[in-house]
Design a protein around this ligand. Structure first.
Ligand SMILES: Cc1cc2nc3c(=O)[nH]c(=O)nc-3n(C[C@H](O)[C@H](O)[C@H](O)COP(=O)(O)OP(=O)(O)OC[C@H]3O[C@@H](n4cnc5c(N)ncnc54)[C@H](O)[C@@H]3O)c2cc1C
Length: 504
């Protein structure tokens, strides 16, 4: 890992161009700045100086958290950025101590599993990274310009990009196409990347793709917590389970607000408007989120989006490829959004870029090495987000159900269940570690407790007027009492949202 003191390592190698100022583009620019004389980040939108919303990143309206791989990777690229984010209102979460999790078989115990999330609005995350990048004299932004193609050179090289200003004066809203020469080009233009077309225009074959069908609708809204809300938890996750596939998440974000997202797998349309959102929240496996939202104050519209699937462009499989060209982030692999690892992948692409350039420089042929290094980053994230289906009733499925049941009382089993959040996910054999195995085998079947292991006071305190809906089928042991390995922290009042109206 090269030093990121901002001094730049060694001599430069001309200009690099990065297409897109999303998280993948910003972090790639940081990595490139150590090896190039100059890095130009071209963005078709405007590039706000603070946490402004941009049409090019519509997903920014939805709840975003930085998993450990993402915030630890950002910290390596921009030392101290965690403090910048926390200072701007991002909320650190110790998991599952601060996060109430309804796992597949019941609520998980509250303890410190050594996992941390950083919860913040996506606009804030991007703004903090942009602010750091702006202090680097080697990096400049070219906003309001769209990259429309690559310029190919001799012997399989890319020698620049064609850009067009988004020009209000022009009849078609687009200015004249002009060339920006570059010695290195990185496409970080997100899931709508045109890299396959740009490559085809230069005579390269189309890359194979790995696809996963994951149709889902997402609905997100911001809320002010109810007046008087006091809880010993900060976040809430109600996961899906067989037969009850909807998921709900509530995370605190800057300004004392809650960001709430419901994920409806298979749905063609997200709930539109607050009554529909509340109605959908009632269909989750547990009514807690619905109760909270009923007492909270909406702070804006409900935003929706739909996704039909995930796609990984297998550029590493192409035999012919233009050197000094690379594709990163969502433009390379657009993972299932419900999994929430896209930003981690963006950051890991930048770290891999840094590592390969540190070891080998920008020598001819480097893109071959880089494409394979990036594919090695994508592969585990893809497997986690899109696991091979297990036959129901099979041995592995039954053992997974035992672990899920054990996770409601045993911290080792719970930590294993939370492993998708971990920076280095444990190998499959981790499920056979003696402590997990013992917990899974010891756990006799029985109903899981309905109440979460938490205390909540205030107007959103769960009030059951109607009989509670059934929990998802669980193989949880009869008579087992949920363990509390560590006492949850004392209740803390929710901070008042800055300048926001609250329901009286
Ligand atoms: C509902 C939802 C929830 C999510 N939650 C999480 C989460 O909790 N955690 C997480 O890690 N990930 C989450 N993600 C995924 C995350 O949003 C993406 O993985 C991430 O934004 C990818 O960053 P990127 O820089 O590759 O692409 P983007 O953020 O999409 O940025 C691409 C940029 O390129 C610009 N651009 C595009 N074309 C051009 C062009 N031709 N010329 C110039 N500029 C161009 C765009 O304007 C944009 O600024 C979520 C996604 C969704 C949909």
């Amino acid at each position: 890992m090269s030093a990121y003191a901002g001094a730049g390592a060694g001599g430069g190698h001309g200009r690099a161009v990065v297409v897109g100022a999303g998280l993948a583009g910003l972090t790639a620019a940081r990595a490139l700045a150590n090896f190039m004389d100059h890095v130009t980040v071209i963005e078709r939108d405007w590039v706000p100086s603070g946490p402004g919303r941009r049409p090019g990143v519509p997903q920014a309206r939805h709840t975003h958290t930085l998993v450990p791989a993402a915030h630890q990777g950002l910290e390596r690229l921009f030392p101290g950025i965690g403090q910048d984010l926390a200072g701007a209102g991002a909320v650190p979460l110790t998991v599952p101590r601060d996060l109430l999790v309804l796992g597949p078989a019941g609520w998980l115990p509250r303890f410190d599993a050594g996992l941390s999330l950083l919860s913040a609005g996506r606009d804030l995350i991007d703004a903090a990274v942009r602010a750091r990048l702006r202090t680097d004299p080697k990096v400049t932004f070219l906003p309001g310009h769209e990259v429309v193609g690559l310029r190919g050179g001799r012997h399989d090289t890319v020698t620049g990009v064609w850009v067009r200003a988004r020009d209000r004066a022009a009849a078609d809203g687009k200015g004249i196409r002009r060339l920006l020469p570059a010695e290195f080009v990185v496409d970080a233009s997100g899931r709508g990347s045109h890299a396959p077309r740009w490559l085809a225009e230069l005579g390269y074959p189309a890359p194979p793709q790995t696809l996963a069908a994951a149709p889902a609708a997402f609905a997100t809204a911001a809320f002010a917590p109810p007046v008087g809300h006091v809880a010993d938890w900060k976040s809430l996750l109600v996961t899906a389970a067989p037969g009850l596939p909807r998921q709900g998440v509530l995370h605190p974000v800057e300004g004392g607000r809650w960001s709430v997202t419901l994920t409806l797998p298979g749905a063609a349309r997200p709930p539109a408007g607050h009554p529909a959102l509340l109605h959908a929240a009632r269909t989750l496996r547990h009514p807690l989120l619905h109760d909270l939202l009923t007492a909270a104050t909406p702070l804006g519209p409900v935003y929706g989006c739909t996704r039909t699937g995930a796609r990984w462009h297998r550029y590493e499989k192409l035999r012919r490829w233009p050197d000094q060209f690379l594709v990163v982030g969502d433009a390379l692999a657009d993972l299932d959004a419900a999994h929430g690892h896209g930003m981690a992948l963006a950051v890991q692409c930048a770290l891999a870029l840094d590592q390969v350039l540190t070891g080998h420089g920008t020598a001819v042929g480097i893109s071959h090495r880089l494409r394979h290094a990036l594919a090695r980053q994508v592969a585990p994230a893809w497997r986690q987000a899109h696991p091979a289906p297990r036959p129901a009733g099979g041995l592995r499925a039954r053992y997974a159900a035992r672990i899920a049941a054990a996770a409601t009382t045993d911290p080792h089993a719970a930590a294993l269940l939370l492993h998708p959040l971990h920076p280095a996910p444990p190998p499959a054999l981790a499920a056979l570690r003696p402590r997990v195995l013992r917990a899974a085998l010891r756990t006799p079947p029985g109903p899981a407790p309905f109440a979460p292991p938490s205390t909540t006071h205030g107007p959103d305190t769960p009030r059951r007027r109607t009989p509670a809906p059934p929990m998802a089928p669980a193989v949880r042991p009869a008579g087992a009492v949920p363990a509390r390995p560590a006492d949850p922290p004392p209740p803390t009042p929710a901070p008042a949202p800055a300048g926001e109206r609250r329901r009286p």
